[in-house]
Design a protein around this ligand. Structure first.
Ligand SMILES: NC(=O)c1ccc[n+]([C@@H]2O[C@H](COP(=O)([O-])OP(=O)(O)OC[C@H]3O[C@@H](n4cnc5c(N)ncnc54)[C@H](O)[C@@H]3O)[C@@H](O)[C@H]2O)c1
Length: 340
């Protein structure tokens, strides 16, 4: 593989106070690159970033802010992670989802085209595949079944159009179910590992939609971040789409027991809620990423959950808040309606 040089790289990381963004920003800041972070703190925390990495608090929905930042810092690379990634909730916050996750992304793509950046890395999602037989691969035709996945696919397609017309080089990653230290434990709508840990910290039962037979391959953040850095910098990853994540699918019920065990609980109390509309089985093959970028997930679910549990116990429970602007109330799962 060709060497990855960063000494002249000026990298914008959006969503950098969030979970994946903060891990990525810290990894990039440890190279010779200069890193500037943007986050509106809607789902992230300043404390996720060390003080020496500059954080601009603002929204990707603010096109004039984006243009000013590009003018001031003359970015060579963009890592775009800012989004509200509550896939299940996205049915009920459609307008918000498209304004934030789609239109906000377009402001960045416009600025990246004008600045002729060398690479635009976008964290899409396995949600672009919808509910299709697993494992999906990059050759599986996307068929998103919720507004979150639709917005992700639209951004992917816009990047491909920007590449075709203006030569904007992109790399698209489609992660799935990443968990780990730094995740927002207080978001009641997303990240089942974080939700379970917050419930355990509060002595509450673990809530599961349906019977818990849904399958996901949970991926520790340390299996994601180094490969994301590689994908940003490697010439091989230019204009490529990669599925990224663990190869080890587990049921949500199994996850509940593994998480409880990491908190020393052998028989957790589980509250089964009415099933919601979601993909029953969602994991992907990582053959392409392994072949092209030597990707190898190494952290087992049991190991990763123990690491995250130690961190979660240290920071303590987080308060959950209802989403400020639910647009559709019909069909909202009762446990979510009860938050409002
Ligand atoms: N964690 C996963 O399992 C997973 C899986 C697939 C895809 N992704 C994608 O990876 C990215 C990061 O996800 P995460 O899990 O770290 O989520 P996160 O919520 O921890 O991080 C997202 C960050 O984006 C910020 N943000 C949201 N809207 C913004 C806006 N308009 N302007 C500026 N900042 C804004 C939030 O404050 C937050 O800090 C997202 O794009 C998500 O869709 C994550």
């Amino acid at each position: 593989m060709q060497p990855q040089r960063t000494e002249h790289a000026r990298i914008l990381v959006t969503g950098a106070a969030g979970f994946l963004g903060s891990h990525l920003a810290r990894h990039l800041a440890a190279t010779d690159a200069s890193v500037v972070c943007l986050d509106d703190l809607s789902g992230g925390f300043k404390e996720n970033l060390p003080a020496e990495i500059p954080l601009i608090v603002g929204s990707i929905e603010d096109a004039s802010l984006i243009d000013r930042l590009f003018e001031e810092h003359r970015f060579t690379h963009v890592c775009h992670l800012a989004a509200y990634a509550a896939e299940g909730l996205s049915h009920f916050i459609r307008g918000f989802n498209y304004r934030n996750n789609l239109l906000g992304s377009i402001h960045l793509i416009n600025a990246a085209i004008r600045a002729r950046v060398q690479r635009f890395l976008f964290t899409s999602s396995i949600a672009v595949y919808g509910d299709q037989p697993a494992p999906v691969t990059e050759a599986t035709p996307p068929h998103p079944i919720d507004p979150y996945g639709i917005a992700k696919l639209a951004v992917e397609m816009d990047l491909q159009a920007a590449n075709a017309v203006f030569g904007l080089p992109y790399t698209i990653l489609r992660p799935h179910n990443v968990y780990g230290e730094g995740q927002n434990l207080g978001d009641a709508y997303r990240n089942v590992v974080g939700i379970f840990m917050n419930q355990l910290l509060q002595g509450r039962p673990l809530s599961i939609f349906g019977d818990g037979s849904q399958q996901r391959a949970f991926t520790h953040v340390d299996d994601f971040t180094p490969t994301a850095v590689k994908a940003l910098l490697s010439p091989l990853a230019k204009n490529q789409i990669f599925d990224i994540g663990s190869d080890d699918p587990r049921t949500v019920l199994e996850l509940a027991h593994i998480t409880a065990k990491a908190f020393g609980i052998t028989k957790p109390e589980i509250q089964f809620l009415p099933a919601r509309q979601e993909a029953h089985t969602a994991f992907s093959s990582h053959h392409k990423l392994k072949h092209m970028l030597n990707f190898q997930p190494r952290i087992s679910l049991e190991q990763g959950v123990v690491r995250m549990a130690a961190w979660a116990r240290a920071i303590g429970p987080r308060q959950t808040r209802p989403h400020a602007a639910i647009e559709i109330h019909e069909g909202l799962p009762p446990s979510w309606a009860a938050l409002s």
